[in-house]
Design a protein around this ligand. Structure first.
Ligand SMILES: [Zn+2]
Length: 551
């Protein structure tokens, strides 16, 4: 187990010469090859439970690539990369891309414009309607018992406060019956209500383990568990949290969704919010909570500006490089384009979007006349349930049935280090064919998984796999994605790792090129058993309008 983990985390770059296709590969290959007994079962990953990974010596080259197209793609992607220039525009100037906001539209127009500049036809394709919403200024200040500007912002799709308002801050009360709660609601009119449990500490839990006295880490853990179970009892008394605040006439709701790093919160939203709702940093939320709980009468001035324009058309962006020999067979580049909007959506999924955009640029530059049609899907509405990709699959059965291969990326900025055939019986051989031609700089750290069930729904390749269409998931090194940037208020341009993003765009372009060299359309044959377990295939329907969504 330990060996497996060490090998998995090996940075091939550290072992290899930095010159393209240089020496030093033997060292990397020797270090990375695992004895068969140590090949690990990997739960999770792109396709859930899987068969053992494949021996790396079957696909990691020991010589530089000989294919001239691969050599040119390396030079285009690694030496003439445009991806960080594109990233700066998308993440800084356009910003976050919450589904069907003004920023979402601006980014889609920019994508279509960039493809146009490169001579790649691209268009916005409507897949439904969604609430059109614009974020304005969020500002929260403590004005009593002392002055302090608080770190907080409105959640996505929140209604406006209609200018700055002052209000007392109270916590959700500790009561016993719904009747008592109904009485309390009368006192909540015009107030700001704290509806999340407080955190006993906004230090990273690992610091308590490292620096605390004996038992301190356990104490914090226990207090956190007790606080959240006591809080659950309080929230249940009020019934539907989307309903009672509106009925009570509260001024605003304050929540906190701490991500276990100081200063890092997850900021979501729901179109069902009926009163202005703010995420407040762990530290400032706790401050308000302690002041309120100790009868020190906290009062805030709060402003949250926003504009809702009701249900409006919502789109995917689809770019197409037409096939010259087999225009009715398809290779799909897939990444969701939408994001949450606590920051810039840099690693979720700005980096996936940029990977596919730059890969398309590399392909158009080096391999402008593919045999098959290349489709780039920049999906909307992934964060509300893979809606853009599921709708595309429902609306384009003739394409879906003739996808030869596809690659999806959606797990942060990290360089791609795993992928696999999913449930496609011929997929493993296909991956091996493709990987064998790629430079070891790109494949040395890559672990090819075995067959697995179809992806469950975490990201967009699930929308294709359930329809038996071979779009594969890819996974990257984590950069502590789940706590530091995923859906957080710190998911910004600076978190993008340029080396890894270049690596990914170049690798995807090469995989697409290699897939296009296959002579036959990959068979649709999928596994129906995984060990003892039956494997079944059915696609949930896309949610195509706001009122049908709970997210
Ligand atoms: Zn994502």
């Amino acid at each position: 187990m330990r060996v497996e983990r060490i090998c998995f985390n090996l940075n091939p770059g550290a072992l290899m010469s930095r010159t393209p296709f240089g020496s030093g590969l033997l060292l990397a290959v020797t270090a990375l090859a695992l004895p068969a007994a140590l090949v690990a079962q990997r739960p999770g990953g792109p396709g859930g439970q899987q068969q053992p990974r494949i021996d790396t010596t079957l696909y990691v080259r020991t010589t530089p690539p000989s294919n001239p197209v691969i050599q040119k793609m390396w030079a285009e992607g690694m030496e003439r990369s445009q991806v960080m220039t594109l990233a700066q525009v998308l993440l800084d100037s356009i910003g976050p891309r919450l589904t069907n906001t003004d920023r979402f539209d601006a980014g889609q127009e920019w994508l279509v414009h960039m493809y146009g500049k490169w001579g790649v036809p691209a268009q916005r394709q409507q897949y439904g309607t969604w609430e059109k919403w614009e974020r304005g200024i969020s500002h929260v200040d403590l004005v009593f018992p002392r002055i302090r500007s608080l770190e907080g912002m409105m959640l996505g799709w929140s209604p406006s406060t209609m200018g700055p308002v002052e209000a007392d801050v109270v916590t959700l009360p500790d009561l016993e019956t719904p009747e008592q709660f109904a009485e309390w609601m009368k006192t909540a009119r015009g107030k700001v209500v704290l509806t999340s449990p407080p955190n006993p500490s906004c230090r990273m839990p690992s610091q308590y383990t490292e620096f605390g006295t004996e038992g301190a880490a356990e104490r914090i853990q226990r207090e956190r568990a007790e606080a959240s179970s006591a809080w659950r009892a309080r929230t249940l008394l009020g019934g539907n949290p989307n309903e009672w605040p509106k009925t009570a006439g509260v001024t605003a709701i304050f929540t906190t969704n701490w991500s276990q790093y100081p200063g890092v919160n997850k900021v979501f939203g729901t179109p069902k919010q009926q009163v202005p709702t703010f995420d407040i940093s762990c530290e400032d939320y706790n401050l308000l909570f302690r002041l309120a709980s100790n009868n020190q009468s906290p009062r805030v001035r709060v402003q949250g500006a926003s504009r809702s324009m009701g249900e409006q058309p919502v789109h995917n962006v689809i770019a197409t490089i037409k096939g010259s020999e087999k225009p009715n067979e398809y290779i799909v580049l897939s990444a969701h384009y939408d994001s949450w909007d606590g920051a810039s959506g840099a690693t979720d999924n700005g980096t996936g979007t940029l990977t596919m955009l730059e890969a398309a640029r590399i392909l158009k530059t080096i391999y402008p006349n593919p045999k098959r049609t290349i489709i780039v899907g920049h999906w909307g509405g992934e964060e509300q349930g893979l809606n853009g990709s599921r709708a595309f699959v429902e609306d384009n059965p003739e394409i879906v049935a003739r996808v030869h291969a596809g690659f999806n990326q959606d797990n942060g900025t990290g360089r791609i280090v795993n992928g696999g055939p999913g449930p496609f019986v011929g997929g493993q051989e296909a991956w091996l064919r493709y990987l064998r031609e790629l430079p070891a700089e790109l494949t040395g750290g890559f672990r090819l998984g075995g067959l697995s069930g179809p992806a469950g729904g975490g990201t967009d390749h699930a929308a294709f796999q359930c329809a038996k269409s071979p779009v594969y998931g890819t996974g990257g090194v984590s950069w502590d994605y789940s706590r530091s940037t995923w859906h957080t208020n710190r998911d910004t341009y600076d978190k993008v790792v340029p080396e890894d993003l270049k690596h990914n765009a170049t690798m995807i372009a090469m995989l697409v090129y290699m897939a296009d060299q296959d002579s036959e359309l990959l068979s649709r044959e999928v596994i129906t058993k995984l060990g003892e377990r039956d494997v079944t295939y059915s696609c949930p329907k896309a949610t195509r309008r706001t009122q049908d969504s709970s997210r």
